[in-house]
Ligand binder design. Structure first.
Ligand SMILES: Nc1ncnc2c1ncn2[C@@H]1O[C@H](COP(=O)(O)OP(=O)(O)OP(=O)(O)O)[C@@H](O)[C@H]1O
Ligand SMILES: [Mg+2]
Length: 639
């Protein structure tokens, strides 16, 4: 008989201490005293048990960034000899070479990839000049949409730079698919005897630690749609990846730097690799990217593995906030309409304008006195004159910013003070948040801040953080902007390197327990036939530590006698101690259907359930105790 079970949990004749999941259709027997939240440690199993994949001799990691994206790889034999032998693809562009390319993808009207990165931006500009852009889509810097969209679904739409829509999953999987094919082609070209096949590659995709579960799962779906099989893919938390990488590379150390001359500041302090961190060291990894500032907290265990001290935290305070501040100033002096027309009619010139700003932003130092000159595109000065009937330099002479900003021939000149103020909003968020964290009791043990991500290479950022925390060692590796990318390769080779994580949310199962007047308030409960429905049975609590290799607690439920399957509803909340799954803030993540192997008409079927948190995903395992049959699933947060 195939019978749909409800998420209801009922008590029946069985040893006290077990929880009961039963069919609404079945005929339960009630006799036990109340059996709430009792834990049954039956057959435990280890977190992150994984099959050995001997045929996977290559790890390819994709760092999908807000501003820049790239891939890196290493063969297993290389990793075993020298972990840092990691190859990155080098992208060429007008002003040089880089390990990551802008996160930009150009698609045609059939949603096929035309080009990626620097090429996508240039191709789109050419299409616009030729007035052919309307048949194409350009998506640029779109990753943050996943973080900001709380209602993210598989069919969420994304708008391109002109406001034309495509499903977000199409755009994300187009980027992943492009990089996947690029990587396979590039690696196959290294050695024509390699005969590289899909089964040889393990893929890693980076994810900000502060992202919500839906966004993380969205990335997995996008990777699947791009042709990466799910069991060949690991999601890596960006700061965790960076933390792994920084254990092996030379680093910039503020303490050592203080004793060096000013010119030496960017050179690594001799012998100061992060590997020198002794067990017991406690540090913060601050991943300062273009979009997110991702903060994680690690301690080095006695066996050298890393353990998370606190849930990841952070916000949308990365390097693009500085760009936005600059764009806002330009908009204030030129007006909204001029800016809008310039972006629409002359995208190439605007891209070049922002590229020039990027160069100045990267070079700027605290306390610099020299004004900063940025070439203004002709389109801006012409449009300004057309709309205002006066030249930009005349217009600026009467502007409220006239003491800080001027125009000299084709250059916009900003005082150093005004330029430094562009970093203020982002820095005050980052530093304010760090002060709050470091004042908390549980993080008093932190003695080091590890700065990674492209934005951490800014002298302004480094100096401000070091100044505010004089008693904390501030470390910045030489290739901070690719630490996440290269660390993701290391993570692919050794997914157990992060030994334990702190659970961000509370996860559990909806169940039904007998009404107990000492515990339950009648007015607050849904009670039917003496049973309280919708009880949140917590498996993993926010703030709890989930360790690799630790025993996972199983809880037992029952499928009513005669029923062929049971249904388990999985819930999540950010609250530490939820009582009911109907409380505000509780979300039903999904349903696991458990097919009963040995349908029994005499007694209920006992099912042992465990929930395993990996930092990036939640696995559910339900074991039919009598037959040993296991039903496994990764929770689909996208619904
Ligand atoms: N030397 C530098 N000075 C100032 N800013 C810099 C420097 N180098 C890179 N950046 C900034 O760092 C940001 C890019 O960093 P990164 O490549 O780590 O970000 P991302 O991976 O694209 O973003 P996210 O990790 O948030 O998704 C950009 O805003 C860039 O302007
Ligand atoms: Mg990044």
């Amino acid at each position: 008989m195939g019978q749909c079970l409800s998420r209801q949990t009922r008590r029946t004749d069985r040893p006290t201490g077990d929880l009961v999941l039963s069919s609404v259709m079945a005929d339960p027997v009630y006799s036990d005293p109340c059996i709430q939240h009792a834990e049954h440690v039956g057959n435990t199993h280890n977190i992150q048990q994984r099959k050995d994949h001997n045929d996977r001799f290559l790890v390819v990691a994709i760092d999908f960034g807000t501003t820049y994206t790239g891939y890196a790889f290493s063969f297993r034999h290389e990793y075993q000899r020298d972990r840092l032998k990691i190859s990155t693809n080098i992208w060429t562009h007008n002003v040089g070479l880089s390990e990551k390319a802008p996160t930009a993808i150009l698609l045609n009207k059939n949603q096929e990839v035309v080009s990626f990165g620097y090429d996508a931006l240039n191709d789109y500009a050419e299409l616009t000049e030729a007035k052919k852009q309307s048949k194409f889509f350009l998506f640029h810097r779109f990753k943050m949409n996943l973080y900001t969209d709380e209602r993210l679904k598989s069919n969420t739409m994304l708008s391109d730079i002109r406001g034309k829509h495509l499903p977000a999953i199409v755009v994300f999987s187009a980027v992943i698919g492009y990089l996947k094919d690029h990587a396979i082609q590039r690696i196959s070209g290294i050695d024509n005897q390699l005969n590289l096949e899909g089964k040889h590659i393990h893929w890693v995709l980076t994810i900000p630690a502060i992202w919500h579960d839906k966004a993380k799962q969205f990335m997995r779906k996008a990777a699947e749609q791009a042709g990466i099989e799910t069991d060949r893919l690991t999601l890596a938390l960006e700061p965790e990846a960076a933390s792994l990488y920084c254990r092996y590379v030379p680093v910039y150390d503020s303490a050592a730097a203080n004793s060096q001359s000013q010119e030496d500041l960017t050179r690594p302090a001799p012998g100061n690799s992060f590997n020198n961190f002794r067990p017991g060291s406690n540090y913060i990894i601050l991943d300062l990217g273009g979009g997110t500032v991702d903060i994680t907290f690690h301690t080095v265990r006695a066996d050298g593995a890393l353990q998370e001290l606190h849930q990841p935290t952070g916000g949308y305070w990365g390097g693009t906030l500085v760009d936005q501040e600059f764009s806002d100033i330009v908009r204030r002096i030129l007006g909204d309409e001029t800016m809008m027309r310039a972006h629409v009619e002359y995208p190439q010139e605007m891209v070049e304008f922002m590229s020039e700003f990027e160069v100045k932003k990267r070079m700027f130092k605290c306390g610099q006195a020299t004004p900063i000159q940025i070439k203004i595109p002709t389109c801006l000065t012409d449009l300004y004159t057309e709309m205002n009937g006066t030249s930009l330099s005349e217009g600026l002479a009467n502007h409220e910013l006239k003491d800080k900003l001027s125009v000299k021939r084709d250059k916009l000149v900003l005082t150093a003070e005004l330029f430094e103020s562009l970093f203020a909003s982002s820095l005050s968020h980052i530093i304010g948040h760090l002060i709050q964290l470091l004042n908390s009791e549980s993080l008093k043990c932190i003695d080091t801040i590890l700065l990674v991500g492209g934005y951490s290479e800014s002298p302004v950022v480094k100096e401000n953080i070091s100044r505010v925390f004089p008693n904390i060692r501030v470390i910045n590796p030489t290739d901070a902007s690719s630490a996440v990318l290269k660390g993701a390769v290391l993570f692919g080779h050794d997914p157990y390197a992060i030994a334990s994580r702190v659970c961000k949310n509370t996860y559990g199962v909806a169940m039904q327990v007998p009404f107990n007047p000492n515990i339950h308030f009648k007015e607050e409960c849904r009670i039917i036939d003496g049973l309280v429905y919708d009880v949140f049975d917590v498996h993993l609590r926010a703030g709890d530590t989930a360790s690799v290799g630790a025993e996972v607690i199983e809880k037992s439920y029952y499928v009513s006698k005669g029923a062929a399957y049971g249904i388990l509803d999985i819930y999540m909340t950010s609250h530490v101690s939820p009582v009911s799954v109907t409380e505000p803030g509780c979300t039903r993540l999904g349903t696991v259907t458990i097919q009963v192997e040995n349908v029994n008409n005499e007694s209920d079927t006992k099912i042992a359930v465990s929930l395993v948190y990996h930092g990036t995903e939640l696995d559910v395992e339900a074991r039919e105790v009598a037959s040993g049959k296991i039903t496994k699933t990764t929770v689909d947060f996208l619904g």
